[in-house]
Design a protein around this ligand. Structure first.
Ligand code: SAM
Length: 279
């Protein structure tokens, strides 16, 4: 009978966030697939768990994935974890989970910290609808396409960023989203120097130009809100209708219908105003 795969989240800084279920999954596993075995061994040592480790990281995903799947199909149980947080979230695991589904292997989630949700819940931004954007690519074209696609995104957006790339990303945020967009910078979450700064894109850029960024960062960006429409007066609408009559040879009735659509004035009110102007 095939074994199963535990997908185990681990703390993003504070080891007290390790839960009894995480420990149990590691203990039950025959082997642990870890992103960096040197990082995971420290966590496992801390909890006195001794298990064989298999390295499973960005550059061996396919080949190691096949190997893990074969072992699980042969009856072993695997616990997969990343260096910190939840596997598959900007971390290895996604391909293994897909391979496991294809092979009919049982997957057991062992939930826990993920920087995206940890940052969002203290961000002070709208949490009803949000989207996770991960890291912005450093490849120019992909970066531009990604940011352009978000210019009118209404949901709160959460990004991951490395400290040495933060200034560039803040610069681009100012370019694509303006300097007044609300931005929460969540730094070193659950760690000694945890910091949650609710600011704006422009102020964040100015701040980090003066104070070189250090540590791990999550950026929670306010969604787009369309600028309020200025309401046309009846006279403005009549002017617009006259323009249409002149430029597009519309009848008064057609023009009044067109310009009154979506306004607080009815077609007949605009019609009368146009007639008065004409007289
Ligand atoms: N799988 C992880 C998760 O579930 O959060 C994310 C891994 S990704 C490779 C690492 C990025 O997550 C960091 O560059 C940073 O943007 C964010 N991150 C991880 N730990 C963090 C922390 N303690 N505080 C703030 N951001 C963190």
């Amino acid at each position: 009978m095939a074994g199963k795969i535990y997908v185990v989240a681990t703390p993003i800084g504070n080891l007290n966030d390790l839960t009894p279920r995480m420990k149990q999954a590691f203990e039950e596993a025959d082997f642990i697939a870890a992103e960096d075995t040197r990082v995971s061994v420290k966590l496992l040592n801390h909890f006195d768990i001794k298990k064989p480790l298999v390295s499973y990281y960005e550059h061996n995903l396919r080949q190691k994935g096949d190997y893990i799947i074969q072992r699980v199909l042969a009856g072993e149980t695997c616990a997969v974890c990343s260096d910190a947080g939840t596997p598959c979230i900007s971390d290895p695991g996604e391909i293994l989970v897909k391979q496991a589904h294809a092979a009919g292997i049982t997957l057991v989630p062992v939930p826990g910290p993920s920087a995206v949700i940890t940052a969002l819940c203290v961000s002070g931004q709208d949490t009803g609808r949000f989207c996770f954007e991960g890291f912005v690519s450093t490849v120019k074209k992909q970066r531009r396409e990604h940011l352009e696609s978000l210019v009118h995104e209404k949901r709160t957006m959460i990004f991951y960023e490395a400290p040495h790339k933060l200034l560039n990303t803040l610069q681009d945020f100012c370019t694509y989203f303006g300097t007044d967009r609300k931005l929460t910078i969540a730094r070193e979450l659950t760690k000694l120097h945890e910091e949650i700064r609710l600011t704006t894109t422009g102020d964040a850029l100015a701040y980090y130009q003066e104070n070189p960024p250090k540590g791990e960062f999550c950026l929670v960006l306010e969604g787009y809100t369309a600028p309020p429409q200025t309401e046309d007066s009846l006279e403005d609408l009549a002017q617009k209708a006259l323009q249409l009559i002149e430029d597009e040879n519309m009848s008064v009735s057609e023009a009044a219908k067109k310009v009154s659509a979506g306004t607080k004035f009815s077609k007949s009110e605009v019609y009368k105003a146009v007639q008065q102007m004409k007289d």
